[in-house]
Design a protein around this ligand. Structure first.
Ligand code: NDP
Length: 313
């Protein structure tokens, strides 16, 4: 017989755990599936400096462990598992985990977050785990005293480049535009890090190396009359060019925008086009993508789930 739950939460970042705290306190006995990356993206960042309540900053893993403990304190049933398909065509909603177990849920909160983007170069596959990474804090350790490059010009790229600069002999930041998109404070830090060199107006053509990455072929001012190609010698190639929402499995039922972010409306609510299905955090937020915003939207989703359930009665 299928298991039946009042509130099923999918995802374990700030949005999922906050939804679990609120749903637990509302006696909804939430069941939460953690997904591929328990704790979500914050477990792959270094220090979180902008989450209120931590004046000295906090390690991402520690913060998510606190979120999790708080959810468990209020009775959330947190499980390891990946949602492989859903059926939102009727009531209750059906959610299949790991391709085998089907759970019936009166309400579902989707908080599956977003995943790192890659450039789409064949060499990213060729050297996967052999010098190519999308997580400096996970893999930076392997490149101590070596030379690496980070691709991207946003806050993530700057944060990762600065982190790696503390470990590595030399860090290149490969930026396709003539300026950084990152916040001013991060730009200043990048510019004041001596072993970090910003390569503005550069794009990556490919990687080279026998078994492991030994360097990258770059092009400067691509398509311009003064276009030039340049090779850099590196041992590690880190992607930090943004993320795409983890919404694929829900698309047959839940409306998304052209980038794949789940549409919610009215805009300041977590309601999707499917009654009883709510979306919170980065999977539905192409704009802010901040932990504090994700936590707030998780709270809203749990409150809406509770309201929906009381009407259902
Ligand atoms: P962003 O979307 O802000 O930046 C992505 C960067 O990657 C841009 O510089 C973009 O270039 C570049 N890029 C995208 N595609 C390519 C490509 N194909 N080739 C080369 N470069 C490419 O993503 P982030 O992950 O940096 O940040 C996401 C959000 O999270 C932001 O709102 C950011 O402020 C926030 N954040 C905040 C942090 C903090 O406050 N501590 C830390 C990390 C993130 P271009 O500019 O040319 O488009």
């Amino acid at each position: 017989m299928n298991e039946h739950v009042k509130c099923l939460i999918i995802g374990s970042g700030p949005a999922g755990y906050t939804a679990a705290i609120y749903a637990g306190r509302a006696n909804l006995a939430p069941v939460l599936y953690e997904g591929i990356q328990p704790g979500g993206q914050l477990t792959t960042t270094t220090e979180i400096e902008n989450f209120p309540g931590y004046p000295q900053g906090i390690d991402g893993n520690m913060m998510m462990a606190d979120f999790r403990a708080q959810a468990e304190r209020f009775g959330a049933d947190i499980r390891f598992g990946i949602v492989t398909s859903v059926d939102f065509s009727g009531h209750p909603h059906k959610v299949t985990v790991d391709g085998e177990k089907t759970i019936e849920a009166d309400t579902v909160i989707i908080a599956t977050g977003a995943s790192a983007k890659y450039l789409g170069l064949p060499d990213e596959h060729k050297y996967a785990g052999k010098g190519v990474s999308a997580c400096a804090t996970c893999d930076g350790f392997f490149y101590r005293k070596k030379r690496v490059a980070v691709v991207g010009g946003g806050d993530t790229a700057c944060e990762e480049a600065i982190y790696l600069a503390g470990l590595c002999e030399k860090v290149y930041l490969i930026v396709r535009k003539p300026f950084l998109r990152a916040s001013q404070i991060m730009q200043d830090r990048v510019m004041n890090t001596p072993n970090l060199e910003v390569l503005f107006e550069h794009n990556t053509l490919g990687l080279f190396g026998n078994e492991y990455v030994e360097g990258a072929h770059l092009v400067k001012r691509k398509g311009e009359s003064d276009e030039t190609t340049v090779d850099i010698n590196i041992d590690g190639f880190f992607l930090a060019i943004g993320h795409h929402p983890n919404s694929e499995v829900f698309k047959p039922f839940v409306e998304t925008n052209e980038e794949g972010y789940i549409k919610t409306y009215p805009l300041d609510t977590p309601k999707t086009n499917v009654p009883g299905v709510f979306a919170a955090g980065d999977v539905a937020d192409s704009n802010y993508r901040q932990a504090i915003v994700a936590a707030g939207s998780g709270c809203k989703a749990a409150m809406e789930a509770e309201r929906y359930l009381s009407k259902l009665k």
